[in-house]
Write a protein of this length. Structure first.
Length: 252
């Protein structure tokens, strides 16, 4: 099994409009992937850029966790990142550079990665996942696990929806292998969220907002809904009660 650092690159402090709103929320899709990878037996660490002071926090975790693979995974409809795209892209590329200096392999996935994979690949990412990326990721991990330093062209052989650099040019894998639909990622890895840090920036939320934190991206932005396995209303209600009971995020 692999040691994997899962992260995203949305730093709230770089988005002054959202700083003023003071309503940050944990990255649902990223946390769902963490949960999925842990269930698969991988050793997973998590970096939440949302409230981080800067990339230095990421660099410290990178040094202590010493992952074999760093995975950048964001929602496929992240309007926050789109509003300050150049800044967030630069932060992501800096983080990719740190990962490569730490001798880790790097996979990047997200809306901007899908639209423009080249900056991320030039920054040092081995692969860029185009589209949702989850199904491709599940195909790639066993290949990394079998041979960590496998060449990118061998990694993507037979697959599609993946961009890499070959011969100095960005190429998209054109394999014909049909990817199995990714299964339900289930409950996100909420145990890794520093809830008190979110409270410290005066996070105030209603019950409706709590539902959005758990489910909003699952049906409209993370891409998981495209796998055809949304949660049942009863299961959602149970998760809402569990989330409220654990974190006490009602009106204050």
């Amino acid at each position: 099994m692999l040691s994997i650092l899962v992260c995203h690159s949305y730093f709230l402090r770089l988005d002054q409009k959202q700083v003023a709103r003071a309503k940050p929320y944990p990255p649902l899709a990223t946390l769902q992937v963490v949960s999925l990878l842990r269930e698969a037996g991988h050793q997973v660490s998590f970096f939440d850029a949302m409230l981080a002071e800067g990339i230095d926090e990421y660099d410290r975790l990178l040094e202590s966790a010493a992952p074999q693979l760093v995975l950048f995974y964001e929602d496929n409809f992240n309007f926050l990142s789109k509003m300050c795209l150049a800044t967030m892209r630069r932060a992501a590329c800096d983080m990719i550079g740190s990962a490569r200096r730490a001798k880790a392999r790097v996979i990047a996935a997200g809306p901007d990665v899908s639209d423009a994979p080249e900056p991320y690949l030039r920054a040092g990412a081995d692969l860029a996942l185009v589209g949702e990326g989850l199904s491709a990721l599940l195909e790639l991990l066993p290949r990394f696990d079998a041979q960590l330093h496998i060449k990118s062209e061998d990694l993507v052989r037979g697959l599609s929806g993946i961009a890499s650099i070959s011969g100095g040019k960005v190429v998209k894998a054109s394999g014909s292998k049909g990817l199995a639909l990714a299964h339900d990622a289930g409950l996100a890895a909420w145990d890794l969220v520093d809830i008190e840090r979110y409270r410290a920036v005066k996070w105030r939320t209603s019950s409706v907002r709590s539902i959005q934190i758990i489910f909003g991206s699952q049906t409209t932005s993370s891409g998981f809904a495209s796998t055809g396995s949304p949660s049942s209303p009863l299961r959602r209600a149970r998760l809402v009660r569990r989330f409220h009971s654990t974190y006490k995020l009602g009106r204050t």
